[in-house]
Design a protein around this ligand. Structure first.
Ligand SMILES: Cc1cc2nc3c(=O)[nH]c(=O)nc-3n(C[C@H](O)[C@H](O)[C@H](O)COP(=O)(O)OP(=O)(O)OC[C@H]3O[C@@H](n4cnc5c(N)ncnc54)[C@H](O)[C@@H]3O)c2cc1C
Length: 160
C-alpha cells in the first residue's frame, strides 16, 4: 500500500429533468410497496469534466514517475467514450432529490421545513430533500436540515 496511489475524479452534475425517481404499479416488493424506478444518466458536460480530470491525473503521474495501472473495462455499466478513448463513471452513494425541496407544490415534494406539500401532517426528511448535490459528502448538511425540521415538528406539536 505505501507504494500505491489511487486518484478519483469527482464532478458536480447539472440538474437534469431526465434524471428521475418514480413509482410504477409494475414494480412493487413482496409486501406490495412501490419500489423506486430510477432513470439516471451522466450528461456530456459532466463526462467532459471527468475526462479533463483524467488528463490532469495522467500529467501528475508522468511528472512523478508513477506507473499507471488504470483500466476502463467496456463491460462496466458506467463505461463511456469521449473522442477515441474509453472511460468509466460510477456513483459515490450520495443519493438525492427523491423528495426534492422547493418553493411550490408544482415542482417539489417538500417545502423548506421538509414538510410534504400534499399532506399537512407528513414530514419527509433526509438527503432526498436536496434538489441537487455538489461533490461533498451530504450527511452533515442533512443532519443540520433534519435538526431544523425537528424544531418545526416540535413547535407544531405545541398546538395539539
Ligand atoms: C457506500 C456509501 C458511502 C457513503 N459515504 C458517505 C460519507 O463518507 N460521508 C457522508 O456524508 N455521506 C456518505 N454517504 C451518503 C450517506 O450515507 C447518505 O447520503 C445518507 O445516509 C442519506 O441519509 P437518508 O436518511 O437521506 O437516507 P438513508 O440513510 O438511505 O435512510 C433511509 C431509510 O429509510 C428506510 N426505508 C426505505 N424505504 C422504507 C419503507 N418503505 N418503509 C420504512 N422504511 C423505509 C431505509 O431502510 C433507510 O433506513 C455514503 C453512501 C454510501 C452508499
Amino acid at each position: 500500500m505505501p507504494r500505491q496511489v489511487r486518484v478519483d475524479m469527482m464532478t458536480e452534475q447539472l440538474p437534469s429533468a431526465a434524471n428521475q425517481v418514480n413509482v410504477d404499479p409494475a414494480f412493487t416488493d413482496a409486501l406490495g410497496n412501490f419500489r423506486p424506478v430510477i432513470r439516471y444518466g451522466v450528461d456530456n458536460y459532466t463526462q467532459a469534466g471527468l475526462v479533463f480530470g483524467r488528463s490532469f491525473a495522467q500529467r501528475v503521474f508522468r511528472r512523478h514517475g508513477i506507473e499507471d495501472f488504470t483500466v476502463f473495462p467496456p463491460g462496466d455499466p458506467g463505461f463511456f467514450t469521449h473522442g477515441s478513448a474509453g472511460f468509466v463513471w460510477s456513483g459515490v452513494g450520495h443519493v438525492a432529490r427523491a423528495h426534492r425541496m422547493g418553493t411550490s407544490a408544482a415542482h417539489a415534494v417538500v417545502d423548506h421545513r421538509q414538510k410534504s406539500w400534499e399532506h399537512d401532517n407528513l414530514y419527509i426528511v433526509g438527503c432526498g430533500s436536496m434538489p441537487t448535490l455538489g461533490t461533498s459528502n451530504p450527511t452533515l448538511t442533512m443532519s443540520a436540515l433534519n435538526l431544523r425540521t425537528a424544531g418545526f415538528i416540535d413547535r407544531g406539536l405545541d398546538g395539539i
